[in-house]
Design a protein around this ligand. Structure first.
Ligand code: NAG
Ligand code: NAG
Ligand code: NAG
Length: 256
């Protein structure tokens, strides 16, 4: 009897395994198309709509992309996606993980990848070259957590900032797969805060920022509804004498 039930168990496992293997492994993926930037964008993209500048050229080893709908008016800047092409002759199973740095579409694509990322979807370097020759391929994609080992989230003070009139900054190296939907900029001595909105691209900006050392509170989107939104507060402050173009460590990172 025990033996028979063991056989039965084994059979169930085998059948379950069979069903699993037979699935095409595309659960959670969305079907779409991708193209790539013309010649000038071998690596990243420092001219993208997210306005990452020189940071965008080296970000994620050059595996970056423009997005159409997923750009979401700048909210999508910095989001990470796994993108894999579907041509079984050339494409690897895992594809590439890219970071959104720009807005754009071509022929109903969701992504216009850097050449580096586009070729990176190939099984080999030769397969990558063959993909580049195709120029435009069917893909599957899904959002995945960004992961910057040994990096805290970092505040880059935009060059346009000018005390005491205007304060603009970007957040670099944000781990995870959540969006920052609002920011509070708080002066740490008198605790006066201003609510910021995304201004353009990845940039948050405010006129007449509070003076004094600044603490930044970030509101993260939840998976389901607004009730689960979470604030994360920077551990380090931006010093009172902040300068345009400077980079400050937030002292915190999103747990993934
Ligand atoms: C805090 O408030 C006091 C009194 O209103 C003011 O004099 C001071 O400048 C403020 N400090 C900062 C850093 O804003
Ligand atoms: C800002 O102030 C700190 C001390 O509070 C000082 O160490 C630093 O050099 C100053 N930075 C600039 C750019 O003036
Ligand atoms: C991140 O911030 C913490 C302080 O909260 C600090 O101890 C750590 O050194 C920082 N990590 C890096 C990589 O800068």
């Amino acid at each position: 009897m025990a033996f028979a039930s063991k056989i039965l168990n084994l059979l169930v496992i085998v059948i379950a395994g069979f069903i699993f293997v037979r699935g095409d492994g595309s659960a959670g993926f969305t079907q779409s198309k991708a193209a790539y930037y013309p010649n000038s964008f071998q690596q990243g993209n420092q001219y993208g709509a997210c306005e990452y500048g020189a940071f965008g050229a080296t970000l994620n080893g050059g595996d970056v992309s423009a997005a159409s709908n997923l750009y979401r008016n700048g909210v999508g800047c910095g989001a990470c996606y796994q993108v894999r092409c579907t041509n079984i002759k050339y494409c690897s199973k895992n594809g590439v993980t890219i970071v959104i740095t720009d807005a754009g579409a071509s022929d109903s694509t969701d992504f216009i990848l850097s050449q580096h990322a586009f070729a990176g979807m190939g099984q080999t370097a030769d397969a990558g070259t063959a993909l580049l020759a195709l120029g435009y391929v069917g893909i599957q994609y899904r959002r995945v957590p960004c992961n910057y080992p040994n990096k805290n989230m970092t505040f880059y003070i935009d060059k346009s900032s000018n005390f005491p009139y205007y304060f603009a900054f970007q957040i670099w190296y944000q781990d995870g797969d959540k969006d920052i939907t609002a920011i509070q900029l708080c002066e740490t001595i008198n605790l006066t805060c201003k609510l910021l909105e995304r201004s353009h691209g990845a940039t948050w900006a405010v006129g007449y920022p509070p003076s004094g050392p600044l603490s930044i509170r970030m509101l993260f989107s939840s998976d389901n509804d607004d009730t689960d939104d979470k604030w994360l507060v920077s551990a380090n402050t931006i010093p009172q004498n902040w300068t345009a173009g400077a980079i400050y460590d937030s002292g915190v990172q999103v747990l993934i």
